[in-house]
Ligand binder design. Structure first.
Ligand code: HEM
Length: 163
């Protein structure tokens, strides 16, 4: 299961695909990030109560009005993109150790499971496809998938240590 011990080389072409699409999405990243999050809850409504600020807001509070939710969505986007850059340079995901440790703890505390990482991945890929349909190819999909998988594997590993 593609853990960190099982690295696949990330090619220059793959990095280019991620960066090119990221650049095209960047000016619009706030609204794209929001769509990304709405998509997550469309696929998995059960993920909603994990976010404390959503839990408190009640069933029908508009999701658009949660700055923290948007922040999380943008972070996941940006980190997957940075992960792609580092994968090619170093063959590994280099999130600062302290950051990774905190991410492990945060996601354990929130009750995030492997299945949620899959949901977020699907939502991410759907969102990018919808944002840059003219660029979208199987190769671009594979590049984003690889970047996300490596990042998710790093966080999951840290979650095991924090559990
Ligand atoms: C919090 C990143 C996947 C749910 C956070 C934070 C970051 C982050 C940076 C802020 C807190 C901190 O720094 O410790 C990521 C990345 C992911 C990912 C890069 C994937 C590669 C997920 C998944 C879920 C999730 C799959 C579940 C659906 C949450 C929740 C919080 C959080 C509930 C706490 C929000 C709060 O209390 O304000 N995440 N996350 N994350 N994340 Fe993620």
């Amino acid at each position: 299961r593609g853990g960190r011990e099982n690295q696949m080389a990330f090619s220059e072409a793959q990095e280019e695909l991620v960066l090119r699409s990221w650049k095209a999405m960047k000016p619009d990243s706030e609204s794209i990030a929001l769509k990304f999050f709405l998509r997550i809850f469309e696929i998995a409504p059960a993920a909603k109560p994990m976010f404390p600020f959503l839990r408190d807001a009640g069933e029908d509070a508009p999701l658009e009005s949660h700055p923290k939710l948007k922040a999380h969505a943008v972070t996941v986007f940006v980190m997957a993109c940075e992960s792609a850059t580092q994968l090619r340079k170093t063959g590994d995901v280099k999130v600062r150790e302290a950051t990774l440790r905190r991410l492990g703890a945060t996601h354990v505390r929130a009750g995030v499971a492997d299945a949620h990482f899959e949901v977020v991945k699907t939502a991410l890929l759907d969102t990018i496809e919808g944002a840059v349909p003219e660029m979208w190819t199987p190769e671009m999909k594979a590049a984003w998938e690889e970047a996300y998988d490596q990042l998710a594997a790093a966080i999951k590993e840290e979650m095991k240590l924090a559990a």
